[in-house]
Design a protein around this ligand. Structure first.
Ligand SMILES: C[S@@+](CC[C@H](N)C(=O)[O-])C[C@H]1O[C@@H](n2cnc3c(N)ncnc32)[C@H](O)[C@@H]1O
Length: 253
């Protein structure tokens, strides 16, 4: 059977899965239970939730989109894990209208901070869903990666706009409302009461190299995966990553 933690050992998510795998192992040891309670805020169609359920964890997905939740339920059914995936319609602003406080060992907050009205409040809510010593996995769009990508595509004014504008957007057509630097994310996480454990750059090279180079050269995909993993921890590369991942822990209380 393929490793459910690396469903498609894809270049785009491999670094996040690696960090998450270590966090899950740590939590399982700490709490003395094989099945963790995981909350996936803005979990969408279950890209992370369903593989986590396949590992035996109980995953609650809160998302405002009925379409996403429908797709999640279908994906969970196909994977045979409906009993371990709980889909709830809601958003991070009203999180405790739909889930309990301090009930989760791990909270995922992936690709959501860019879209919420109030990132600080939203993150405080995600944090308050954690049990003492629980861990938050935060993934958000990186500012530098967008600047670099626009510049390399020859869109220099858009790159300049993203670099100097207040939200890291490159223009009206930018589908992402907000981007962050590693320092901004770490500061938001600390302000929500958590201790930052690690910061990783995600998709440092993989969005920039032409797909044909990766698909046709024998061994190129594996070599790129190794390169991504090696660069992910280096602050120099955080500055140019498409996404940034922060793992942070709640105090023991
Ligand atoms: C880019 S997708 C990320 C989905 C998933 N977390 C992943 O990593 O594949 C953003 C998700 O955030 C959800 N979302 C948007 N605003 C939200 C909010 N205020 N609270 C919770 N989820 C929200 C969207 O419905 C969507 O499913």
């Amino acid at each position: 059977m393929s490793d459910p933690l690396r469903p498609r050992a894809s270049l785009r998510t491999a670094v996040v899965w690696e960090v998450l795998r270590e966090a899950l192992e740590r939590r399982v040891k700490a709490v003395g239970r094989e099945a963790l309670d995981v909350l996936d805020t803005g979990g969408g169609t279950g890209k992370f939730a369903v593989p986590l359920a396949r590992l035996g964890h109980r995953v609650t997905v809160v998302d405002p989109s009925p379409n996403a939740l429908f797709a999640l339920e279908r994906r969970a059914a196909e994977a045979g894990v409906v009993d371990r995936v709980h889909a709830v319609q809601g958003d991070t602003a009203g999180l405790f209208d739909v889930v309990e406080r301090a009930e989760y060992d791990i909270v995922l907050y992936h690709g959501v901070l860019e879209y919420v009205d109030d990132p600080a409040e939203s993150l405080r809510n995600a944090t308050a869903a954690l049990r003492p010593s629980g861990e938050l996995s935060l993934l958000a769009a990186g500012l530098g990666g967008a600047v670099l990508a626009r510049a390399l595509a020859g869109h220099f004014s858009e790159a300049h706009q993203a670099l100097t504008g207040p939200d890291g957007r490159w223009g009206e057509g930018d589908p992402v409302p907000r981007r962050f630097t590693a320092d901004q994310l770490s500061e938001l996480v600390r302000a929500s009461g958590l201790t930052v454990g690690s910061v990783h750059g995600v998709r440092i090279f993989s969005d920039l190299v032409p797909g044909v180079l990766v698909d046709t050269e024998p061994g190129a995909s594996e070599a790129l995966l190794r390169l991504e993993a090696a660069a992910a921890q280096s602050p120099a590369f955080h500055a140019v990553a498409t996404q940034l991942h922060v793992l942070a822990q709640r105090g023991a209380d």
